[in-house]
Design a protein around this ligand. Structure first.
Ligand SMILES: Cc1ncc(COP(=O)(O)O)c(C=O)c1O
Length: 389
């Protein structure tokens, strides 16, 4: 009998284990405070758990409709209308997904033909590039401005060709915490207006923008909304990253193509959580109060870091804080960001993520990212350790 596992050419030869997995494993092994991977170490609202539990006990445990349960799609449509002033039809324009990551992959698979170009603005969330490659697309990397991480419209304009199928944007931005202004959204709208370029707008941190700034959604701009898949994630908003539930809002023609891929991939997302979330959304306070909740943590963390030799970068949004390590007096700052983060985890007991992980070609600028979605005592412990540097 031939029991040999056949050898075949990898479709993803350059894909390795993500830095998030590596750093979380190292943090666990070394007993370090994990400010690396982006997830809260505190509980979600018990009422949300009760509502999911109620749904399960009511017997809402079988396959939901492919597009998601109606109450959740309706709640999302109402929220987008209330916050961003655009009416999406919950029947034909909102789809529930297994988190934002799946939503982005599905959108890419639905629109990108082999050889199509897709623009990403680097640094960017680590799934974008492999997703485009998996679809047979060509990744076109446009850097955000060095240090400030703002969109460079001359470079974006120059990157658009007759082969450009889509551009992916992310505001509030992981990893930099930068938030696009209204003027920047308008500039993007102007650049895209004469083209057929589609937009994937990753807005998973929409409720983490700090005063006096506000979130500008692609939904608020007629010319962007008409070409956009707008991606949201309940995991980020309600402190339940492990639930992996999100939504995509897109015009009916785009949603129809999205759903063709979704139905033969994920098909549906688990039923009781959808009902629980829909009921929980009847009260807008949890997401309206989120900026103040995280702003306090951000300020606590920034105040502590200001006492160290790290140089703080702006923290306009998200639950990430980037710091420049070039002013530290330890020689390990010159090891390169990734090696420095491993050293920081092992020797100082705090895990962080190197910014170079968010660049396809790896780009070292002596900047690392911390996540402050943590209990105050976790942040205090990390600050105590970082003060030793
Ligand atoms: C920019 C960005 N997009 C998408 C995601 C994934 O969200 P989800 O957990 O809903 O898949 C993350 C999670 O870290 C993210 O930072």
């Amino acid at each position: 009998m031939n029991a040999r596992t056949p050898v075949f050419p990898s479709k993803t030869p350059n894909m390795g284990t993500t830095i998030f997995t590596v750093m979380s494993a190292l943090a666990t092994e070394k007993g370090a405070v994990n400010l690396g991977q982006g997830f809260p170490d505190f509980a979600c609202d018990a009422r949300l758990l009760d509502l999911v539990n109620d749904a399960m006990r009511e017997g809402l445990n079988q396959y939901p409709p492919m597009t998601g349960v109606a109450p959740l799609r309706e709640a999302m449509a109402a929220k987008i209308q209330a916050l961003y002033g655009r009416a999406y039809d919950p029947v034909s324009e909102i789809t529930v997904t297994a988190g934002a990551t799946q939503a982005i992959l599905t959108a890419i698979l639905a629109i990108v033909h082999p050889g199509d170009e897709v623009i990403v603005l680097e640094p960017c969330y680590d799934s974008y590039v492999p997703n485009i490659e998996l679809a047979g697309g060509v990744v076109v990397r446009v850097p955000l401005t060095p240090g400030a991480f703002r969109p460079d419209f001359a470079k974006i304009q120059a990157a658009i060709t007759s082969k450009t199928r889509a551009i992916l944007i992310n505001s509030p931005h992981n990893p930099s915490g930068m938030v696009w202004t209204r003027e920047e959204m308008l500039q993007l709208q102007d650049i895209l207006a004469p083209t057929d370029v589609l937009l994937i707008s990753d807005e998973v941190y929409e409720h983490m923008v700090y005063a006096p700034l506000r979130h500008w959604s692609a939904a608020q701009f007629e010319g962007l909304a008409a070409r956009a898949f707008i991606v949201s994630s309940f995991g980020k908003t309600y402190h339940v990253t492990g639930w992996k539930i999100g939504t995509v809002a897109a015009p009916a023609a785009l949603s129809a193509e999205f759903r063709k891929v979704h139905q033969f991939n994920v098909f549906t997302v688990n039923t009781p959580m959808q009902h629980g979330l829909a009921r929980y959304m009847a009260d807008p306070r949890p997401y309206l109060e989120l900026p103040a909740f995280y702003q306090r943590k951000r300020d606590l963390f920034r105040q502590g870091l200001a006492q160290t030799k790290f140089r703080l970068l702006p923290g306009e949004g998200t639950y990430f804080q980037c710091v420049d390590i070039s002013g530290l007096s330890v020689p390990e700052k010159n090891l390169g960001e990734a090696e420095f983060c491993k050293w920081l985890t092992t020797e100082i007991g705090v895990a962080a993520i190197p910014l170079s992980a968010f660049y396809g070609q790896g780009f070292d600028q002596q900047v690392i990212r911390f996540c402050f979605a943590k209990k105050d005592e976790t942040l205090q412990l990390a600050l105590q350790r970082l003060a030793r540097l």
